[in-house]
Design a protein around this ligand. Structure first.
Ligand code: ADP
Ligand code: MG
Length: 733
């Protein structure tokens, strides 16, 4: 029998009646299988002695002798105190509600006690102590995550009982040959030892086995997904050669592709000519030129499915997470692609009905070749004639369901849906191990290197009190014709009044905001240089105008929130000044810095921090919508804030920064992954267990290759994961 088949209710265990059953079911522990897979969150090692004298170091675990009894309180409150000593000290066991201990622990008796002790009323006391029974003596005990109505004692008792009864009939789930090669325990042994290990070594073995098992199932699922998409046939490598439209574009560009772009382009072309849908994740640091790679991929798609006049041809959709970025892409597409006879269009959520209707009709009729936009691209009423390629820029900004919705629009000629090619792009590199779990069924390309002639951005730290010196520096850059961004954590300060000290540019916590700083920058600090303001609450038309003015150089200074974080490309901007930088996450800081260094001039990034960040006094940012985007950091992270700034000073490399981010925040927090659902593993952690993950992947893929149809007992967790996130290939088929 497999563990997941133990669906018998816990009422089959001794001592579980109707009311306890309700409590257990409420905690998700209604079946024996659920109970046995409630793995401990920790273990108490009671095999290690800790005498009374060392009570400050953790729970005491020692043999004591009873010296005397006494009582305090009256009536129902009457409570026994048992005075004991071990070889190091004396202490008192306060026996609330345990009067029966009077008989069990007579003076002169010795026994082992385990519990936390505190110094109270001039004596060393414990009231939450346990007396060891023969069964648990010297062992390592599980500590379970609890919920209302459950106790450690109860769960230990029930799980012990379930193990005694069912472990002997449990079947192994990992194929035997693999278990032998990887020296894994049997399922029964592993389960027994994860709950009640006989030693620290046994616990490690059990963890190793269960972690492997979980990752093995995950990789089997990913492998299946891959075959579902590709079919069992191996894709024929398509030709990496340039398509006609691609050649036309490249001939018109004033520069040549970087080696990184060339490599990626060859991979994309090979994929798109291989006869199976492409599913590729393209990672490239900020400024590495991903937009161009996207346009070239789109051209390949158009070349792949068109007649000479391009009517009825293939279409490509390019989706970006913000209006600002989508518009920038659309403008670039118009500039670069229209001269080739391509018909691009821009679809935003704000397009009014008549225009929208016309655009949608043209799209459905195949009169638009490339459509660019935000998630409006997959509104219900958007119909494509022949969507052959979906490109998702800054893909980590989208949730899994959004990605799938647009893929589901894909297809061959209208009415005959198929799976479109998929290219996801990200400048927030996903560390390799995470990529294998979250995007384990995708091929991954990396654009390494940035276009030649660029100088790495120089990063400086400055105290808020030294901001004037930063302004002086920026003024010189502005005077010599460059442009600058100033970024603030807050949009505006609703409560700020003119009468407030600092002229309302700071909130009660001393945080500067974009609205009032835009005024100060323009009026007091840089009166000779035109300044504008941009943040997410402005309407789109205003945002568009402002960005255009900044791009064309009419505006020299942009006071902004982190809306400018993604994608914005203005090569003449050489200064990025980030106020309260300690409040921004690493990936946001790296993205913001990446707005500069896009031209040939030397660029500069100033990270201005408020001093409290370095004395550990920083509190939580105020609640409410006044904070823009993702830079909100919880309280108590001042040490982490400092760490982030240090990383920024030391590295310009997005991959290094992503790894550091992972270390600082843990995998669950990495942008775009938290909503993906893939990481809700039980006991495994793909980062910590990276080696196991790679081994499991290798084994799982090899096994699927030998026997693609092989059925394994589906693991509960993996089955749930599948439900949460259907594979790309199942959508739109
Ligand atoms: P990102 O990878 O951050 O999306 P972009 O696509 O915005 O980067 O490109 C950054 C800038 O580099 C753009 O101004 C683009 O025109 C320019 N660029 C792209 N490829 C090259 C190249 N091969 N040589 C020179 N400049 C390039
Ligand atoms: Mg980009």
């Amino acid at each position: 029998m497999f563990l997941r088949e133990l669906t018998v209710p816990v009422t089959t265990l001794r001592g579980v009646g109707a009311s306890l059953m309700r409590t257990l079911s409420g905690a998700g522990l209604g079946t024996v299988a659920a109970l046995l897979t409630r793995y401990p969150r920790d273990w108490e090692d009671r095999s290690r002695e800790r005498p009374l004298r060392d009570w400050t170091g953790g729970p005491v675990c020692t043999t004591v002798t009873v010296l005397a009894h006494d009582w305090f309180g009256y009536g129902a409150m009457k409570t026994l105190k048992v005075h004991v000593e071990d070889h190091t000290a004396r202490a008192v066991l306060v026996c609330f509600n345990r009067p029966f201990l009077e008989k069990q622990l007579p003076p002169g008796e010795s026994f082992r006690v385990w519990g936390k002790f505190f110094w109270k009323y001039g004596e060393l006391q414990s009231s939450a102590f346990e007396i060891e029974t023969a069964r648990s003596a010297g062992g390592i005990l599980p500590v379970y995550p609890l919920s209302a109505g459950l106790t450690q004692h109860l769960l230990r008792r029930l799980i012990r009982q379930a193990l005694d009864r069912y472990a002997p009939v449990l079947e192994n789930e990992i194929p035997l040959d693999i278990a032998a090669v990887r020296s894994l325990l049997s399922k029964a042994e592993a389960l027994g030892s994860i709950h009640f290990p006989s030693s620290a070594e046994a616990l490690e073995e059990a963890k190793k086995t269960l972690i492997y098992e979980e990752l093995f199932y995950l990789e089997v699922m990913i492998g299946r997904r891959l075959t579902a998409r590709r079919g069992t046939a191996k894709p024929l490598g398509g030709s990496p050669a340039l398509s006609p439209l691609q050649r036309m574009l490249l001939d018109r560009l004033p520069f040549t592709l970087t080696p990184g772009q060339e490599k990626v382009l060859a991979e994309i072309n090979a994929d798109m000519g291989s006869g199976v849908p492409m599913a590729r994740l393209l990672q490239g640091d900020v400024g590495s030129g991903k937009t161009l790679a996207a346009f070239l991929a789109a051209l390949r798609a158009l070349d792949g499915g068109k007649g000479p006049d391009r009517t009825g041809g293939a279409q490509a959709a390019i989706m970006a997470p913000t209006e600002l970025l989508a518009r920038q892409h659309a403008e670039n597409a118009a500039r670069l692609l229209e001269p080739l006879g391509i018909r691009p269009a821009f679809l935003t959520g704000n397009l009014k009905s008549a225009g929208r209707g016309r655009l949608l009709a043209a799209l459905a009729a195949g009169e638009i070749d490339i459509i660019l936009g935000t998630h409006a691209l997959f509104s219900r009423d958007v119909i494509y004639r022949n969507l052959a390629l979906v490109i998702i820029d800054e893909q980590h900004r989208f949730g899994v369901t959004q990605r799938q919705a647009i893929i589901a629009k894909g297809g061959g000629p209208a009415g005959k849906p198929g799976i479109p090619h998929l290219l996801m792009m990200s400048a927030t590199p996903i560390p390799r191990t995470l990529a294998l779990t979250v995007f384990g069924d995708l091929d991954v390309s990396v654009i390494s290197g940035i276009p030649p002639g660029r100088k790495p951005v120089r990063t400086h730290l400055a105290k808020e009190s030294n901001a004037e010196r930063v302004y002086d520096f920026v003024r010189k850059e502005l005077d010599s014709g460059r442009q600058a961004y100033f970024v603030y954590p807050l949009i505006g300060d609703e409560q700020a009044g003119e009468d407030r000290p600092g002229g309302g540019t700071e909130d009660p916590e001393g945080l500067k905001n974009a609205v009032s700083m835009a005024e100060r920058l323009g009026r007091d600090i840089f009166p000779r240089h035109p300044t504008a303001l941009i943040h997410s609450r402005l309407d789109d038309e205003e945002k568009r105008k402002t960005m255009e003015a900044f791009r064309s150089g009419k505006i020299r200074i942009l006071a902004a929130t982190s809306v400018v974080e993604v994608g914005v490309d203005v090569p003449n901007a050489t200064c990025m000044v980030i106020h309260h930088a300690e409040r921004f996450g690493l990936s946001a800081l790296h993205q913001l810095r990446g707005r500069t260094g896009r031209g040939e001039e030397q660029s500069y990034c100033f990270l201005i921090y408020s001093e409290p960040a370095f004395s550990g006094e920083y509190g939580t940012p105020p609640e409410g919508s006044n904070l823009e985007g993702r830079q909100r950091t919880p309280s108590g992270l001042s040490g982490e804030g400092k760490q982030r700034l240090k990383v920024m000073l030391e590295s310009n490399d997005g991959f290094v920064i992503a790894e550091e981010d992972l270390k600082l925040r843990g995998p669950g927090q990495i942008a775009g992954i938290e909503q993906s659902g893939y990481l809700k593993l039980g006991i495994a952690d793909p980062v910590r267990d990276a080696d196991t993950l790679l081994a499991a992947r290798k084994d799982a893929f090899a096994m699927l290759e030998r026997d693609p149809g092989l059925l394994l007992p589906e693991h509960r967790l993996v089955a749930e994961t599948l439900e949460r996130a259907p594979p790309f290939s199942e959508v739109g088929m």
